[in-house]
Design a protein around this ligand. Structure first.
Ligand SMILES: *[C@@H]1O[C@H](CO)[C@@H](O)[C@H](O)[C@H]1NC(C)=O
Ligand SMILES: *[C@@H]1O[C@H](CO)[C@@H](O)[C@H](O)[C@H]1NC(C)=O
Ligand SMILES: *[C@@H]1O[C@H](CO)[C@@H](O)[C@H](O)[C@H]1NC(C)=O
Length: 550
């Protein structure tokens, strides 16, 4: 890239760039003479406000990063030479209950992560453009691909289609969300240069292009004027998009030339962009930790830039699936082959889960400057859609408790009926007799519930699980980042000062939980653990993230 952009913070961070101190910032370069037009894709290359631009973008999700670290992560992304940050928008966090919205002030347990306007404004302060992928479906290895589970209260609701009930909810949410984004568009002086409609719709098991048309109309009708795109694997062709309205982009992890050749055939006179190039990958529980080597990364990223094409790296910084928000994969036609995603979303990305530089960070910076494994050994969660049969000798005066955990709603595929718990597909038999009339207690583990727990007893390792355990961590001075080492525990969830940090399971690969310093306070911090099988007598901490390989 011809430009190396500089602002005050780069001087602090990167003395090596000091020689470029006379170069303008992105905004000085692209907007010095006023703003007359946004990102244009009407020719074989991108033009922004009258000037050519190659988009060097990276994905970082505000909802997967402690807000106290947003600026640090954005700075690091900019300092690698990227000019754009991309984010998905998760509907289920922003509308946690039917009609109750949280954009940073809604009072949900995730509130602190949800000020999307602040994140986008901060990106501009850090000299970055922004691409927003607002869904409503986002996949993202996130609980039900971003859909709020309360949608399932409407029997037969069909997400990702023009189903009128579904669209009524989408419309109400988009009216709210888009009203917050209007002023942040590039042509209104903000950083948003493009938005994406839906997500990999070409892979949807039920294609309904009227749905895409309705989303398009809804977005335009709400005052969004910037470039609108779709993204899909090149093999999907144009099945998931409306080519006359939307610029197509491609997603891939290898063979950039193959994908761009196909894209070029479909859109001969338009710019080429990879909306997702995967420099790493995510983990399911029980798999080996996924990595992509430095050399492979270098070869493919170089292949993209030299094609030449614009690119968004998914992920540049993965972050964390806090608490209960991870998604899951399922088989192609039903809910079989269920595989939940780990709490760590490190992704083997250029910035690690804890925000540290990796080898790929330096490779990306250098290149920009120049231009499921077999599932074995985890039968215990694969009881989806099966009846539960128990036997017992003594039936007198007994109470049977069953704990059912949602280990993540599927984030893609044939994922319409994502009910969890005891449903008509999961009947319970005791000695061949069907048990019914259950009393069902939702265990949401909300902050307020954790804070109100009483009746703690002193630790006793003969205590039967599942149970809650509590410990105190005393911090002297300013809290720093650490990792909680759960290798001596079996399976459960960790809460820090009431916040649902994430899940652990001895089957790995993840063995440690990233605990950001800002979640701790000087003095006493309460750690509560919900252990499902067997507790250890202590909680350990580690300086490094630990992933096992099988
Ligand atoms: C913009 O890029 C195109 C394609 O590379 C090139 O033909 C054109 O001259 C460039 N325009 C400017 C102003 O540099
Ligand atoms: C990638 O590069 C970094 C920095 O050069 C190095 O520390 C790391 O070990 C490399 N990773 C692999 C898998 O070789
Ligand atoms: C569970 O039992 C019901 C009632 O006997 C039966 O209809 C259903 O097929 C069973 N489900 C499975 C998955 O075996």
């Amino acid at each position: 890239m011809a430009l190396v952009h500089l602002s005050v913070w780069i001087q602090v961070l990167l003395t090596a760039l000091a020689a470029s101190a006379d170069l303008p910032t992105l905004y000085e370069y692209y907007t010095a003479d006023g703003i007359s037009s946004g990102l244009s894709a009407d020719q074989p290359y991108f033009i922004l406000n009258g000037k050519n631009i190659t988009i060097y973008s990276g994905t970082m999700h505000y909802f997967r990063i402690p807000p106290q670290y947003w600026r640090d992560r954005l700075r690091k992304l900019r300092a690698a030479g990227l000019n754009t940050v991309e984010t998905y928008v998760p509907w289920n966090l922003h509308e946690p209950e039917d009609g109750l919205f949280d954009f940073g002030d809604g009072g949900s347990d995730m509130q602190q992560f949800l000020d999307i306007q602040q994140y986008i404004k901060m990106a501009q302060e850090e000299d970055l453009f922004v691409i927003v992928r607002s869904g409503p479906y986002i996949c993202a290895e996130w609980e039900w691909g971003g859909f709020p589970s309360w949608l399932l209260r409407t029997d037969g609701i069909k997400v990702r289609t023009s189903d009128p009930t579904f669209m009524t909810y989408v419309r109400r949410y988009f009216d709210k969300l888009l009203s917050l984004l209007i002023e942040l568009q590039f042509t209104n002086g903000g950083p948003i240069i493009a938005m994406q409609v839906e997500n990999e719709y070409g892979y949807s098991p039920e294609i309904d292009l009227d749905y895409i048309q309705q989303l398009y109309d809804l977005i335009r009708g709400n005052g969004i004027v910037e470039l609108l795109v779709t993204s899909d694997g090149a093999r999907s062709g144009t099945t998931g998009t409306l080519p006359e309205l939307l610029l197509q982009t491609v997603n891939f992890g290898s063979d950039p030339a193959g994908s761009f050749d196909t894209l070029k055939e479909m859109q001969p006179d338009r710019p080429l962009m990879a909306m997702e190039y995967w420099p790493g990958w995510f983990d399911h529980w029980s798999e080996s930790h996924h990595t992509v080597s430095n050399d492979t990364f270098r070869e493919i990223y170089e292949g993209i830039l030299s094609y030449p094409a614009s690119v968004n790296m998914y992920m540049f910084h993965g972050g964390t699936n806090w608490g209960f928000w991870n998604g899951a994969s399922i088989g192609s036609g039903d809910n079989s082959q269920f595989q939940p995603v780990t709490s760590s979303y490190d992704y083997d990305a250029p910035l690690s889960e804890a925000g540290d530089y990796t080898g790929k960070y330096y490779i990306a910076k250098e290149l920009i400057k120049h231009s499921s494994d077999d599932l074995d050994g985890f039968g215990y969660w694969r009881q989806e859609n099966s009846n539960i049969t128990l036997t017992s000798e003594d039936l007198s005066d007994a109470t049977l408790d069953i704990v059912i955990e949602n280990w993540g709603r599927a984030n893609g595929g044939h994922f319409y009926a994502q009910y969890k718990g005891l449903t008509e597909d999961n009947e319970v038999y005791l000695n061949d007799q069907k048990l019914s009339s259950w009393t069902i207690y939702p265990l949401e583990f909300k902050k307020s519930w954790i804070a109100a727990l009483t009746g703690w007893k002193s630790f006793d390792d003969s205590q039967t699980a599942p149970a809650l355990y509590r410990g105190t961590l005393t911090v002297e001075g300013d809290p720093k980042d650490t990792f909680i080492d759960m290798q001596e525990w079996m399976k459960g969830v960790v809460f820090v000062n009431g916040f649902a940090l994430g899940k652990y399971a001895d089957i790995g690969p993840q063995q440690t939980l990233y605990l950001p310093g800002p979640f701790l306070q000087e003095g006493e911090n309460e750690i509560v653990i919900f252990e499902e099988f067997g507790a250890a007598a202590q909680i350990k901490f580690s300086q490094d993230h630990i992933f096992t390989t099988h």
